[in-house]
Design a protein around this ligand. Structure first.
Ligand SMILES: *Cc1c(COP(=O)(O)O)cnc(C)c1O
Ligand SMILES: [Zn+2]
Length: 408
């Protein structure tokens, strides 16, 4: 990691050595990795990146780990698709879908976890752990298995079966906690203080968060080394939203693209939309809520990066949209029927937010817009189960005719 300078407090700017720690000792602000961008600019070019692997590791110069020992399962470099059919419906000619639901464990969480597992091995941890809203635990369990680490995953007990099974198969210790994500998170913060475990989203959070920047780099490269005019991003902790923006600005800083003027929009489900509420009321802080939403992967009531997502919204001129709960399944279906992509509830939230922004005129017809589809519908099948209504026939022509061709 030749380009890393230190960890730096996001609030007071104090610097710390690169260690598994996430909070400033003086002001309790979160720590973030800081880099020597002149050094990055000297070592990367568009050509050097393009010659790299077809995975997120082609951007290793921007990551806080050595690439040689990367725990790499082939995450990243996922398709960016020109969504012509959905765009036509929404009146957007240059709409793209970044389909990050096709990563190794079927969500974008493989990006931050690939970085964290690598860093955890560097720090010689033996146990990789996390607090999950559903997708993180699959990513942690898979990367831990690949890295030969023990894994322990904590999750609120009400998660979808597809998420739990999709993690269990990799052999982690599963701990279902009778409580909300925020309660599980408080418990695990206490555990992280007392056990020498790499909790990917607690003591390893500064490294974890960096992995999501690769979504920003990829989209810019796939658009021909240009930042989009608009990004529409789902938010739980708010980290992904801010880190896509960090990725785009870093690319501008090192001269790989023109300085971006992207508007960074954000979508949350109505039943858990603390960042949207703070944005709408002009607040500086995000008031915690108790989640009650169908989009469980976004059910964080007290978002760790909520204030930074607010800053990103304001700095970039973005908007925040709350998706009505009853639009989530409808919008999953809308994306499937127009573009052939089956996303989970978080994707339904994004498409609902996108539609609202298109209707309000916040996104113009000719502007390049990227909707981030971050998770796979096969993990939350129950929300679209009502669509399963086959014709039942006998294996005879007559039966088919009676059931299907009648009156045609
Ligand atoms: C975790 C998750 C998010 C939100 O990520 P944050 O960085 O916590 O805002 C979005 N979509 C899916 C599918 C997720 O699993
Ligand atoms: Zn500080």
């Amino acid at each position: 990691m030749p380009h890393v300078k230190s960890l730096e407090c996001r609030e007071c700017g104090r610097t710390y050595p690169v260690e598994p720690t996430n909070a400033c000792e003086f002001c309790f602000g979160p720590l973030e990795v800081s880099y020597d961008y002149e050094s990055i600019a000297r070592s990367v070019t568009r050509e050097s990146i393009a010659a790299g692997p077809f995975s997120m590791w082609r951007y290793h110069d921007f990551l806080p780990v050595g690439a040689e020992a990367a725990v790499d399962m082939g995450t990243g470099f996922t398709p960016l698709l020109h969504a012509k059919n959905l765009g036509r419906k929404l009146g957007l000619d240059r709409l793209y879908v970044k389909n990050d639901s096709v990563n190794p464990t079927f969500s974008f969480k493989d990006r931050p976890v690939s970085v964290t597992a690598t860093k955890a091995l560097e720090f010689e941890f033996e146990t990789l752990a996390c607090v999950s809203t559903g997708n993180l635990m699959g990513a942690v369990a898979a990367h831990g298995a690949k890295a030969g680490m023990r894994t322990v995953v904590f999750f609120p007990g009400n998660l979808e079966d597809g998420k739990v099974t999709g993690a269990a198969v990799y052999g982690p210790t599963l701990v279902a906690v009778d409580g909300t994500y925020d309660q599980v998170n408080r418990l695990c913060s206490e555990l992280a203080d007392n056990l020498r475990w790499a909790f990917v989203n607690i003591n390893m959070r500064p490294f974890y968060a960096e992995g999501s920047k690769t979504l920003g780099y990829e989209v810019a490269e796939q658009l021909g080394w240009k930042a989009p005019d608009h990004c529409v991003v789902p938010a739980a902790s708010g980290e992904l939203h801010t880190k896509i923006w960090k990725g785009l600005t870093e690319m501008g800083d090192v001269g790989l693209i023109d300085p971006p003027s992207t508007r960074m929009h954000l979508a949350q489900p109505e039943g858990c939309s603390p960042i949207v509420s703070a944005f709408e009321t002009g607040g500086e802080r995000v008031a915690p809520v108790r989640p009650d939403t169908i989009a469980k992967s976004l059910a964080i009531g007290d978002p760790a990066a909520g204030v930074y997502a607010l800053q990103t919204l304001r700095e970039t001129g973005g908007s925040a949209a709350a998706a009505p709960e009853d639009e989530v399944a409808e919008c999953i279906q809308l994306l499937a029927e127009t573009e052939g992509i089956f996303t989970e509830t978080a994707g339904g939230v994004v498409i609902s937010g996108l539609r609202k922004l298109a209707e309000s005129g916040a996104i113009g017809k000719d502007e390049v817009t990227v909707a981030f589809i971050t998770g796979n519908g096969f993990k939350t099948q129950e929300v679209v189960e009502h669509l399963v209504d086959p014709a039942h026939i006998k294996p005879t022509y007559a039966s088919f005719e009676a059931a299907m061709l009648d009156g045609k």
